[in-house]
Ligand binder design. Sequence first.
Ligand SMILES: NC(=O)c1ccc[n+]([C@@H]2O[C@H](COP(=O)([O-])OP(=O)(O)OC[C@H]3O[C@@H](n4cnc5c(N)ncnc54)[C@H](OP(=O)(O)O)[C@@H]3O)[C@@H](O)[C@H]2O)c1
Length: 256
Amino acid sequence: MQRMPNAIQLTDLSHDELVGLYAYPAGPSAPYVRVNFVSSIDGAVSVDGRSGGLGTPADKLVFRILRDLADVVVVGAGTARTENYGAAHTDSTLRTRLWHHGFGGDPDGAPPRIAVVSAGAALDPASKLFTDTGARPIIITTAAAPAENKAGLIDAGAEVIEAGDATVTPAQLRDTLEKLHLRRVLCEGGPALFGDLITAQAVDELCLTISPMLVAGSEQRIAVSPNAMPTPMNCRHLLFADDGTILTRWERCHTR
Ligand SMILES: NC(=O)c1ccc[n+]([C@@H]2O[C@H](COP(=O)([O-])OP(=O)(O)OC[C@H]3O[C@@H](n4cnc5c(N)ncnc54)[C@H](OP(=O)(O)O)[C@@H]3O)[C@@H](O)[C@H]2O)c1
């Protein structure tokens, strides 16, 4: 039987205590895949196609902390295009401090890299992903992606890696990140990539914010895939913000 998880009022925590609740496992020997999502109470992953309408101050605070801790932010190309992804702009002093605590971060305070997973590499070389100042973006794509797409992204400054034939399997994604020594992985979605990761049993952790609103409509849920893969998870904590936001952290019951 699962023990009652930590249920904490957010205002009872200092910033350092909050960061400590999200520390990565010390010295991971392989990529540790944390996924972060925000959802409405009725399970919508977006409002009018964007996740911004679900964000609350508490969600934004944890979103930033998770980036401050990570080596790499992995995102599906659909989300990168819809949400107009740019580089991650993190707090370099905090990242150095987190590194010295063994929580994550970076010894030199360098920001996490953004890695976009795309089968077709059809990303706009003029988009913010390639023009924003910050760490060099990584495009994890396939041998089948048109050569001109890949060449355009290399010219735009990206590191383009062919990891699969027609699609990138979660195992190929993990191998690619391991070769780059990027082990503290933060996946920010979207639902298609998360669905692939769940069905491959490649999710170590989910941080899920419940935003205090109902949305209805025909919005997606946080994970979609052709086949279901029930995956038991343990609740690590529930944090309650004054505005009704609930911040949850779930860890996979590990068997591998
Ligand atoms: N609420 C939240 O926290 C949150 C978080 C993220 C996203 N969202 C929302 O989710 C929606 C986007 O959904 P989406 O289904 O488009 O999500 P997505 O998973 O970000 O994008 C799907 C695309 O990513 C690429 N991809 C995913 N898995 C792949 C794999 N295994 N191998 C190769 N390529 C792969 C493909 O790109 P190509 O087409 O380029 O080949 C695919 O078409 C947006 O409305 C966004 O706002 C919400």
